[in-house]
Design a protein around this ligand. Structure first.
Ligand code: NAD
Ligand code: IPM
Ligand code: MN
Length: 354
């Protein structure tokens, strides 16, 4: 029997609380199937670890993670540590170190979830964001000069390499072709006269190999407006690191809330483990209250099942989430209910067995 090795990094704030529920669902799916199982190894990395050791993860953290089939992450970030230190020391270090250059973020209005938009049908909100996840605006290059002087300045350099830009755009074309969907590229070439002009160029260049895929290019400002007024225009969407980050929080909001949105950081070549996580953060404002919505983490868990080829179980987990959302008795407060994180997770686990 196949036993998948999963590293669980609960992280900070509500991270460990929601990750626990994702683990619960994976265990339940394996138990019901009987043909595969999971072995979970919890790694106590994050801001607490930083206060004890001065590092967000051990120096050989990536080496420790390398042997796993996947990483399941809760969330990273605590008010006691500067965000750039905590995120660059753990989450971004893993995305980059493991060349997880594809960030797949489904934005879909599940049955039972409510959109704040008026006059849209459920099937109008059904998109997949393919976010560049290894370079772009997040390259981490730049500097500060003349600190404290009147002439002080900082630079933050975006990096758009041919390899980095091509591979994410090609991935998106392949996905659009496989799903017979349109592909929308997000740009800002009117203002960003090097990076986004280059992005558009590569989008069109690669597009010549995919004449069967209908394409659109939208400027990011107009795209954010259209996601609210005409979400049905978006199917597969490809975007740079920063634009993809921002638009997927907007996407989460129109698809039922940040407590529902999931994402997978994929190394498509499988040279390194991929990492699965909700797209929300550590929510320090509600951490420890037991009220965090575990649905995003559970959706990420379903992406793990998909990634290992158990798409039937991935779909069943989404179905179980939908039945809990529709029945409304086990919703957390962000969705208008009174359930705890664990009760919501238990309800999905139960629904999965039915
Ligand atoms: P956030 O997503 O943590 O919270 C934004 C708002 O949404 C808060 O009001 C929060 O209570 C609510 N919320 C988020 N997830 C929820 C859930 N599952 N259930 C119910 N409510 C939920 O974003 P933020 O406040 O901007 O960031 C907080 C910290 O998290 C910062 O340190 C930030 O850097 C970090 N962060 C980490 C990740 C990650 O680990 N992937 C992602 C985003 C932000
Ligand atoms: C996300 C988060 C991260 C990002 C932060 C915490 C660095 O917002 O995963 O969406 O910007 O990628
Ligand atoms: Mn984000």
């Amino acid at each position: 029997m196949k036993e998948y090795q999963i590293a669980v990094i609960g992280g900070d704030g509500i991270g460990p609380e929601v990750a626990r529920e994702g683990v619960k669902i994976l265990r339940r799916a394996a138990e019901l199937d009987g043909g595969f199982s999971f072995a979970f190894t919890e790694l106590p990395w994050g801001c607490g670890y930083y206060h004890r050791t001065g590092r967000m993860m051990p120096e050989d953290g990536l080496d420790q993670l390398r042997r796993f089939d996947a990483v399941f992450l809760g969330a990273v970030g605590d008010p006691s540590v500067p965000d750039n230190v905590s995120l660059h020391g753990l989450l971004l270090a893993i995305r980059r170190g493991f060349d997880q250059y594809i960030n797949l973020r489904p934005i879909r209005l599940l049955r039972g979830a409510e959109t704040p938009l008026k006059n849209v049908r459920r099937e109008d909100i059904d998109m997949i964001f393919v976010r560049e996840n290894s370079e772009g605006e997040y390259a981490g290059l730049g500097g500060r000069m003349y600190a404290g002087q009147e002439s002080e300045f900082v630079t933050q350099t975006g990096v758009f390499s041919r390899r980095g830009t091509s591979r994410v755009i090609r991935y998106a074309y392949e996905l659009a072709r496989a799903q017979k969907k349109s592909l929308t590229s997000i740009s800002k070439s009117n203002a960003l006269n090097y990076s986004m002009v280059y992005w558009d160029e590569i989008f069109h260049e690669i597009g010549r190999e995919y004449p069967d895929v209908p394409t659109k290019t939208l400027l990011v400002d107009a795209a954010s407006m259209l996601m609210v007024t005409h979400p049905e225009r978006f199917e597969i969407v490809v975007a740079s690191n920063l634009f993809g980050d921002i638009l997927t929080d907007l996407g989460a909001a129109i698809a039922g809330g940040i407590g529902l949105a999931a994402g997978a950081n994929i190394n498509p070549e499988r040279r390194f483990p991929s990492m699965f996580e909700p797209i929300h953060g550590s929510a320090p404002d509600i951490a420890g209250t037991g009220t965090a919505n575990p649905m995003a983490a559970i959706w990420s868990a379903s992406q793990i099942l998909d990634f290992f080829g158990h798409e039937d179980w991935g779909a069943r987990v989404l179905g179980a989430m939908e039945s809990v959302l529709q029945c409304k008795t086990a919703l957390t407060p962000d969705m208008g209910g009174h359930a705890t994180t664990a009760q919501a997770g238990d309800a999905v686990a139960q629904a999965l067995g039915r």
